[in-house]
Design a protein around this ligand. Structure first.
Ligand code: FES
Length: 339
């Protein structure tokens, strides 16, 4: 058995021979950004401080010669050869490090899709280097020169190799930036964004079932977290309860039904608060339906995202169902963020 030592924390992990550093880190609950898991995207690049490893077959573009000379390796393909491999990983307590935000990163609008009469999905592709982010984080969109203030919008997808970003944007009646995006930004336009920001992150070291509660565009960070979590092959049960007014407000209904069919550990539930035809839906607001769905949350991690009132009401409900304080994660959208 070989050992991987994480620095600067000094934490040690056993590494059975033949396993990649990435898979061993993940099994022990350490989050390392990754995407292709095949040595092609460079997302899992880490500096190796001491020891030998077999890098396996990787693409030149994913790890430059300069990076190799400086001791970097791609952990999705790297297998330790020496008894001890010492790598640079995270903070002093081995928590993942946040990526430094990039400002004025040019992106092109590759799609703009109306999801409901108030909500659209905006898809951007990077014109330069893709922005690295953790699932659940957000970007600032706007154009201050044109008097559209920078506003935070959660990224709605898990990190992708090509750097594509998707956003779910609600049109606020007096929102300068959201109106600009809805009315003036077109497919093919170049826009600048700043990202990533925020700490609404998953914690892979916590081994519990997961409950996600969302309404409106609060679904965006939840989608990002969900896709990343499920595609990593995690086996804990995940329940998403989405609150909408009517069937027409069920964002990404098809995608979520697809995830439910694909992953047996994922359940998608929704409640409709202003719909006569409630077939398939739960009845009532979260505070009414959640205690019937999951009466005991004492062993759950909970992620809540939506408007301030929604988050507050969900918080009261989950606290009443016994969730532990340190396992509650919240992303609130404040009025001043969207106007
Ligand atoms: S995850 Fe893409 S290179 Fe490692």
């Amino acid at each position: 058995m070989k050992k991987i030592i994480l620095q600067p924390s000094g934490k040690q992990i056993d590494c059975p021979s033949g396993q990649t550093v990435l898979s061993v880190l993940e099994k022990q609950g350490y989050a390392l950004p990754n995407n292709c898991r095949a040595g092609a995207c460079g997302e899992c690049k880490i500096k190796v401080l001491n020891g030998e490893f077999d890098q396996g077959f990787i693409m030149d573009m994913a790890l430059s010669l300069e990076d190799r000379e400086q001791g970097y390796g791609l952990m999705c393909m790297a297998k330790p050869i020496s008894d001890v491999l010492e790598i640079e990983f995270g903070t002093k307590d081995a928590k993942p490090k946040l990526f430094p935000p990039v400002e004025n990163s040019w992106h092109i609008v590759i799609d703009k899709i109306n999801r409901t009469n108030k909500i659209l999905e905006l898809k951007l592709a990077p014109l330069g280097k893709p922005i690295r982010f953790w699932p659940g984080q957000y970007a600032l969109l706007g154009d201050e020169l044109l008097k559209h203030p920078l506003r935070p919008y959660s990224i709605a997808n898990a990190p992708k190799e090509d750097g594509e970003l998707s956003f779910i944007i609600t049109k606020e009646p007096k929102g300068k930036t959201s109106s600009w995006i809805h009315e003036d930004v077109n497919i093919g336009d170049n826009i600048k964004i700043n990202a990533p920001y925020g700490t609404f992150l998953g914690d892979p070291s916590v081994d519990t079932p997961i409950l996600c509660l969302a309404s409106g565009s609060g679904l965006a960070p939840i989608l990002s977290l969900l896709n990343a979590y499920l595609s990593r092959g995690n086996k804990n049960h995940v329940t998403l309860l989405f609150s909408a007014k009517t069937k027409n407000d069920l964002l990404d209904f098809g995608k979520l039904k697809y995830l439910e069919s694909k992953y047996i550990n994922f359940k998608y539930k929704y409640t409709l608060t202003q719909e006569d035809n409630k077939i398939g839906a739960l009845e009532g607001r979260i505070n009414k339906v959640l205690p019937l769905l999951l009466p005991d949350l004492s062993n759950h991690s909970v992620y809540i995202a939506g408007g301030v009132d929604f988050v507050k009401s969900c918080l009261d409900t989950v606290q009443g169902l016994g969730v532990k304080e340190d396992l509650i994660h919240m992303e609130e959208y404040f009025a001043q963020q969207i106007i």
